[in-house]
Design a protein around this ligand. Structure first.
Ligand code: PMT
Length: 394
């Protein structure tokens, strides 16, 4: 059910716009409150009167109301909504969304949207298959939007290829699942980013983790209804979702302390941080001076292993998911970590795969379960990888 969920339904100028009336009705039947925003072209295919009668709300289409000049606030709509659904979405609208071309009310609303956005493309096969469209869709995925893949249609007539908008019932079920998945109200701890181990007041031992993978996991879990505690090493990323409580830390010891504090209250933990295994044994209170003729030797001592420590205190009802960042003997090493740290799942990513691991917007992972089952996924955006991990683990 979608009781009380506020949904902005964006409709664009496709022949599939006639299905928007059914979509509207199906969303309302499930308990959602729907506000329609139409592009001017959409009105050629379905009248605003039909949609306002169904939603019991005036349809928003222009920046200003024609009769009194009052202004429609796309910012207010962006704050009001729990979800924005753009269905049907034409190639033109997808292109504008991908490139921030805010020349109509629907796109300005999209750009102001704080809630998750679902996009149901509708166009003919050749337009859908064109590299420009695929490139734009890829951009939307990297922005964290959810693409509801068009159907292949019934190929009997050979007229309908992939590109036809997904059926309204399936779209509504996708949204229903999104809000009511098994993660609803679950508490999930996520670690993300690097840790920095101070040598002196200006230097540290660190690594290349940007936090992107861990932050994508936090967003996906929160969007699916979980309450997320995100323990983040020093990164330049923002969190968007209100269900994410962020705790910033610097060192592995800080991260360990916070993880041990929060984990007992959690249903699951996903440990994506690249934690330094060692830290300098002695912190120099003053900046170390350069001594040109003498090599500098740093003594290092081991940091606590957060994953292994949580693995030791984990209860039967808690799930523990770790990552393995490998450069060689990937599967052997990942399986060894899975067992040694008492994890339920491990997500393996390898530096040998182009576009995977540190810094990039993409990743390529295999998920291995403690029961021995596994699945390997192709290169995808980190948001999609996060979706795969959450779906698989569920
Ligand atoms: O942040 P990005 O730029 O997006 O990059 C993402 C990533 C490459 C950092 C991420 O996908 C990833 O692989 N994270 C784990 C990195 C890592 O430290 O892997 P590991 O194989 O060394 O550690 C195994 C597991 O133990 C991990 O879950 C790690 O969080 C955990 N660990 C490791 C050491 C330690 N002292 N405490 C830990 O909890």
């Amino acid at each position: 059910m979608l009781n009380g969920k506020k949904i902005v339904l964006g409709i664009t100028g496709s022949i599939a716009a006639y299905k928007a009336a059914y979509l509207c009705r199906a969303l309302i039947k499930k308990g959602a409150e729907v506000q329609v925003v139409m592009t001017p072209a959409a009105k050629e295919f379905i009248t605003p009167v039909t949609l306002s009668a169904l939603t019991q709300k005036p349809v928003v289409s222009e920046f200003f109301t024609a009769n009194d000049g009052s202004w429609h606030s796309h910012v207010d709509l962006g704050l009001w909504a729990d979800l924005m659904l753009i269905a049907p979405a034409t190639a033109a609208t997808i292109g504008k969304m991908a490139n921030g071309i805010a020349d109509n009310m629907l796109i300005t609303t999209y750009l102001s949207m704080k809630a998750p956005v679902f996009v149901a493309p509708a166009m003919d096969l050749d337009m859908f298959a064109h590299p420009a469209t695929q490139h734009n869709l890829e951009k939307l995925r990297t922005y964290g939007n959810h693409i509801i893949e068009p159907t292949t249609g019934h190929l009997a007539s050979n007229l309908e290829g992939k590109g036809r908008m997904e059926e309204p019932d399936t779209i509504v079920n996708t949204i229903d699942f999104f809000f009511n998945s098994a993660l609803s109200k679950k508490k999930i701890l996520i670690t993300a980013g690097p840790t920095c181990e101070k040598i002196d007041p200006v230097r540290f031992i660190g690594n290349f983790s940007s936090g992107k993978m861990g932050f994508a996991l936090a967003e996906v879990c929160a969007e699916r209804g979980a309450e997320v505690v995100l323990i983040a090493g020093p990164v330049h990323l923002q969190t968007r979702h209100p269900n994410i409580q962020r705790i910033d830390v610097i060192s592995a010891e800080d991260m360990y302390r916070e993880a041990m504090k929060y984990f007992p209250k959690m249903d699951a933990a996903i440990l994506c941080a690249a934690v330094a295994d060692y830290r300098p044994a002695h912190y120099a209170a003053y900046k170390l001076k350069r001594q040109p003729d003498k090599p500098l030797t740093l003594e290092l001592k081991p940091n606590p292993d957060i994953a292994a420590s949580l693995g030791q205190i984990k209860t039967k009802t808690q799930a523990l998911i770790g990552f393995a960042l490998e450069t060689d003997k990937e599967w052997t090493n990942a399986r060894e970590k899975l067992q040694r740290k008492n994890l339920d799942f491990i997500v393996l990513n390898s530096l040998n795969d182009e576009g995977a691991c540190f810094q990039s917007d993409t990743n390529k992972v295999s998920i291995i379960a403690a029961n021995g089952s596994s699945e390997t996924f192709p290169l995808k955006s980190k948001k999609e990888v996060a979706e795969d991990i959450v779906t698989w683990v569920l």
